[in-house]
Design a protein around this ligand. Structure first.
Ligand SMILES: NC(=O)c1ccc[n+]([C@@H]2O[C@H](COP(=O)([O-])OP(=O)(O)OC[C@H]3O[C@@H](n4cnc5c(N)ncnc54)[C@H](OP(=O)(O)O)[C@@H]3O)[C@@H](O)[C@H]2O)c1
Length: 319
């Protein structure tokens, strides 16, 4: 495993990390399987595990947290997130000071840890002043409940707004942004987020590097019954488009020539960007994780990147 700094901070995360969305506490409720996957990742050098309070309504935090107890705490980089509604209560959502202060305590209890290494604002909250959010995050760092904070799916302008407030008042800056970045969804990140990240020393930990498994080729000839897109029709609707499936099928030729799988190629492709600190993948089976973890060894030359660009153009997202 290789480790990268998260932007200009001193924190180091594994190039490949494991997340809990849709898997832990949802498609995987068996504690034994959850344990097997997390231990496999850890034994292969994964130190960064990404969760959110909303994943399985706290179930991912509880399931993953129970396994983390087996490892020395300092060897883990644990994240969680706040923003999405947790109940019907009017204040149990968003990035208000009230919701942030109450959510961190719930997440720490669920995971069974005294602090989070990273705490993400899971979206931008248009109904809370950014200064209120930034000050709450700064306070959490001072309280020792979080070590660093970041954003997820914020625009470059929204991140800049937060950075400016931190600069003006001497507050702890966000060190990381968590955007979706993969061969299917690349344009927004490459045009707006990467330039800001490079200029401001913000690290990117990117989600769904396999586009929920689409880029592995598992949907080449239909939707397997035991796959994510069979279980989540709302995701399948957005992802399964003929032009994309066709490009994924053609990606196989390039992968075969390199002697790697499409899953490995797709992850190595996100890691070619120096501003990407980690690719956060997911897995429901041991074999999947064993496969994707090998992606760290792959280097892609200019010729291969050009051929990939032809299949998945940077300027236009495949419909
Ligand atoms: N910040 C945000 O808003 C946000 C949003 C989404 C995700 N995330 C984070 O990113 C993490 C990863 O997202 P993701 O799960 O969508 O990542 P992904 O790596 O794109 O997709 C993972 C899924 O693809 C399938 N898969 C993985 N490896 C495979 C292989 N080698 N061969 C065949 N199928 C394979 C599995 O699904 P099946 O076996 O079920 O088909 C697996 O659960 C999440 O857990 C979460 O931590 C963040």
């Amino acid at each position: 495993m290789n480790y990268r700094r998260v932007g200009a901070s001193g924190l180091r995360v594994s190039e490949i990390s494991l997340g809990g969305w849709i898997t832990f506490g949802e498609s995987i409720t068996d504690q034994q399987l959850a344990r097997e996957l997390i231990v496999l990742a850890y034994d292969n050098g994964v130190n960064f595990f990404d969760i959110a309070d909303s994943y399985a309504k706290g179930g991912a935090e509880r399931l993953m947290g129970a396994v983390f107890k087996e490892f020395p705490r300092h060897t883990l980089v644990i994240s969680s997130k706040v923003y999405w509604p947790i109940s019907d209560d009017v204040n149990d959502r968003g990035l208000s000071r009230k919701h942030i202060m109450e959510s961190i305590d719930r997440s720490l209890r669920n995971i069974g840890t005294d602090y989070l290494d990273l705490y993400f604002c899971h979206r931008y909250d248009t109904e809370t002043p950014v200064e209120e959010t930034v000050r709450a995050m700064d306070d959490l760092v001072h309280q020792g409940k979080i070590l660093y904070w970041g954003t997820s799916e914020w625009t470059d302008e929204q991140i800049q707004e937060a950075l400016d407030i931190c600069e003006d008042y001497g507050l702890y800056r966000p060190i990381v942004e968590q955007p979706q970045y993969n061969l299917i969804h690349r344009r927004r990140v490459e045009e707006t987020i990467l330039p800001l990240a490079e200029e401001e020393g913000i690290g990117l930990v990117v989600w769904s590097p396999l586009a929920s498994g689409l880029l592995t080729g598992k949907y080449d000839n239909g939707v397997p019954e035991d796959s994510r897109l069979a279980q989540k029709s709302w995701l399948a609707e957005g992802l399964l488009k003929e032009e994309r499936l066709d490009a994924v099928r053609q990606l196989k030729t390039i992968a075969d020539e390199l002697g790697v799988t499409r899953a490995q190629l797709a992850i190595a492709w996100t890691l070619r960007q120096p501003a990407v600190s980690s690719a956060i993948t997911g897995a429901t089976r041991r074999a999947q994780l064993e496969e994707t973890l090998k992606a760290t060894e792959i280097r892609l030359d200019a010729d291969v990147l050009e051929r990939i660009d032809e299949l998945f153009p940077a300027q236009r997202e495949l419909a």
